[in-house]
Ligand binder design. Structure first.
Ligand SMILES: Nc1ncnc2c1ncn2[C@@H]1O[C@H](COP(=O)(O)OP(=O)(O)OP(=O)(O)O)[C@@H](O)[C@H]1O
Ligand code: SF4
Ligand SMILES: [Mg+2]
Length: 326
């Protein structure tokens, strides 16, 4: 279901260039160890566009979100460059835009304060009476949009169903009319109806002109709403494909891992591939997919490919320029 809102004239909201995130860890004694979690990540997002980031648990998806928002833990090191509407997105600008132009729909409903009524936490702190009235009206408008009646305003988080709590989190993000929304795993734990609803809300946000980064490990959810899908593997983005390329026998997909994911979908016959993603500390200098690849080339063992551009898509594979055929 492709979003039709993106045109060449849509403004580029966020560009992320060669981002890496590592942690400084102290091991025995006072020895320092650098653990790299995300490597050389490059990604753009435009107004009205939904970019899904697809990766397994622990692959660095939430860290990427927190890196964009400027809320990484203190022991994290962020390298590379991010720009928001053409301006360098440094920590100062992140703090200015966070919760305003750039909003997070957090991964866990635990982000809600258990001791505060939901309407109060969506409105946030405000001392000025006029400002409060404006925000209260906006909160009601957003709650109505997401099917949360007046009676919900005075409830505490423990009184909400899973689906309602998700909608409150979405409302918290939308109260400031953000231009860029990062939705971190908004569907796990929800029943089918609530998943559908949540994905519809996400589509609605893009239809209203926002850029949305949808972080998920649910490929079906990604294919349902996204325009582009970026696939994480062992901390690297190994392909950024147009959603339309996930069709047929996957012949337009350029990376063997993306095709393996696609072929593992129930509708494509559950063709599961062997092996697992290596941890960052176990990576060698070659391609991260080398151990699982059916057709490696001579250079694959020793040279990790860069993310190259082919016909508008991006792929990190020495053979990515070749179209796949069975
Ligand atoms: N403060 C920290 N110090 C060291 N390592 C960390 C820290 N926070 C996260 N990590 C590591 O970074 C990796 C990526 O974490 P992240 O939370 O981004 O994964 P994720 O892709 O969002 O996973 P999930 O799908 O389970 O939410 C994990 O392996 C995690 O152990
Ligand atoms: S770079 Fe080589 S090993 Fe890696 S996926 Fe491509 S062909 Fe396979
Ligand atoms: Mg996460």
């Amino acid at each position: 279901m492709k979003n039709t809102n993106i045109s060449k004239n849509s403004e580029k909201l966020l560009s992320v260039s060669d981002i890496s995130i590592s942690f400084l860890q102290y091991t025995q004694g006072l020895r320092q160890n650098i653990l790299k979690v995300i490597s050389d990540l490059t990604l753009d997002i435009r107004e009205g566009e939904i970019v899904a980031i697809l990766g397994s648990s622990g692959s660095g998806k939430s860290l990427l979100a927190h890196g964009i928002l400027g809320i990484l833990p203190n022991n994290a090191l962020l390298e590379g460059e991010m720009k928001y509407r053409g301006k360098v997105l440094d920590q100062k600008l992140k703090e200015k835009l966070r919760g305003d132009e750039i909003a997070l729909i957090p991964q866990s409903v635990e982000f809600l304060d258990p001791l505060m009524k939901v309407s109060e936490q969506v409105i946030g702190e405000t001392k000025d009476e006029n400002e409060f009235k404006i925000k209260k009206a906006k909160q009601r408008e957003v709650f109505e949009k997401y099917g949360l009646g007046k009676e919900v305003d005075d409830l505490y988080p423990f009184q909400l169903s899973g689906g309602m709590a998700r909608r409150v989190l979405i409302s918290t993000a939308l109260i400031s009319n953000p231009k860029l929304i990062i939705a971190d795993e908004p569907t796990p734990g929800l029943d089918d109806k609530s998943i559908k609803e949540t994905l519809n809300h996400i589509k609605q946000m893009a239809d209203d002109g926002a850029g949305v980064i949808l972080i998920t490990h649910d490929i079906n959810a990604a294919l349902e709403v996204a325009d582009k899908v970026a696939i994480f593997y062992s901390g690297y983005v190994i392909e950024i494909a147009d959603v339309a390329d996930f069709s047929g026998e996957g012949e337009n997909l350029r990376h063997p891992y993306t095709r393996a994911l696609y072929n593992a979908l129930p509708q494509n016959g559950f063709a599961l591939s062997d092996g697992h993603q290596p941890l960052h500390e176990d990576l060698t200098e070659g391609c991260v997919y080398y151990d699982r690849c059916d057709h490696p080339t001579d250079s694959c063992m020793s040279i990790n490919p860069d993310l190259g551009e082919i016909e508008g898509n991006k792929v990190r594979c020495h053979r990515g320029h070749r179209k796949y055929s069975r």
